[in-house]
Ligand binder design. Structure first.
Ligand SMILES: Nc1ncnc2c1ncn2[C@@H]1O[C@H](COP(=O)(O)OP(=O)(O)OP(=O)(O)O)[C@@H](O)[C@H]1O
Length: 232
C-alpha cells in the first residue's frame, strides 16, 4: 500500500491569490505552478512584482484568498501542516534570528515539533561553515553582532541542515560579498546534488547572471501574475 512518503515531493500552487489585507487589492492572482523534485527555478521580476508574496504563499506563511497549495498531491491543512513545514522551507532576505549565539540559532529548529526526530549535527554544521569561509569561532558570535551578510550565512546553514525537499530562497545571498555569494551558490549546488534529484531549489534573484548560473528555468512574475518568460 502506498504511504504519503512514497509519493513524489511535489509542491503545487493551484490558482493561488492573495489580497492586500488593507485595501483588498490583489497582490497575487491566479498563479498555477508545479515544483517537482529536482527542479531549479529562478523567480524573476521587477521590484514590487510579487515575488516575495508568491514565495511566502508557497511556504504557507500567509493565508491565501483564493486557490490552494498541494503537497504530494494533497491540499495542506490541519494536521498536515507540521510535516509540510519540515519539507518546504522559506529563507528571507533579512532573516529573523533569535536572541543568542549563532550556535543557539542553529540548534533552535530541533526544539520545534516540526523537526521532531532530526538532530543537530555539529560536524555537518562545521562543513557548511567551512564551505562559506567561516570556522567554529563563528558559532560563538552573538546574533546582535552579526552583519546582514553574516545573518544570511546563519539562515542558510540553519535551513540546509534540515534538508528540506523544497528550499525557497528569497534574495538569500543578496547581502553577501561576491566571493561569499559564489561560495553559497557552490554549497547549495552540492547540497542539491547530494539529494540525487529529490531536492528542489527556488531562487528569487535580481541578478540575471545568478539566475542563469543556479536555475534551469525562469519564472517571470509581473503585477502578481505569471508573465511570459524573458529570454535567458
Ligand atoms: N502584507 C502586505 N500587505 C500589503 N501589501 C503588501 C504586503 N506584502 C507585500 N505587499 C505589497 O505587494 C507588492 C509585492 O511585494 P513583494 O515583496 O512580493 O515584491 P517583490 O517582487 O518581492 O519585490 P522586491 O524585488 O523589491 O523584493 C508590493 O507592492 C508590496 O508593497
Amino acid at each position: 500500500m502506498s504511504t504519503g512518503d512514497d509519493k513524489p515531493k511535489t509542491l503545487q500552487a493551484q490558482g493561488i491569490g492573495r489580497r492586500d489585507p488593507g485595501t483588498g487589492g490583489w497582490l497575487l492572482r491566479g498563479v498555477d505552478l508545479t515544483i517537482q523534485p529536482g527542479d531549479r527555478l529562478a523567480v524573476v521580476g521587477s521590484s514590487g512584482a510579487g515575488k516575495t508574496v508568491l514565495l511566502r504563499a508557497l511556504a504557507m506563511l500567509d493565508p491565501l484568498d483564493e486557490g490552494a497549495i498541494l503537497w504530494q498531491g494533497d491540499p495542506v491543512s490541519g494536521e498536515r501542516v507540521p510535516a509540510f513545514r519540515a519539507q518546504v522551507l522559506y529563507l528571507h532576505q533579512r532573516p529573523a534570528l533569535f536572541d543568542g549565539s549563532v550556535a543557539a540559532n542553529l540548534r533552535l529548529p530541533y526544539a520545534l515539533k516540526t523537526h521532531r526526530g532530526a538532530r543537530y549535527d555539529d560536524e555537518r554544521v562545521l562543513e557548511f561553515l567551512d564551505a562559506l569561509g567561516r570556522d567554529r569561532l563563528f558559532l560563538e558570535k552573538a546574533h546582535h553582532d552579526l552583519s546582514g551578510g553574516e545573518g544570511q550565512i546563519v539562515a542558510l546553514i540553519r535551513g540546509l541542515q534540515l534538508d528540506p525537499a523544497v528550499l525557497l530562497l528569497d534574495e538569500a545571498t543578496s547581502s553577501l560579498d561576491r566571493a561569499t555569494a559564489r561560495m553559497a551558490e557552490a554549497l547549495l549546488e552540492r547540497w542539491y546534488a547530494e539529494g540525487a534529484g529529490k531536492r528542489a531549489l527556488v531562487w528569487v534573484t535580481h541578478d540575471p547572471e545568478q539566475a542563469h548560473r543556479v536555475a534551469a528555468r525562469n519564472l517571470n512574475i509581473q503585477a502578481g501574475q505569471i508573465a511570459p518568460e524573458p529570454a535567458r
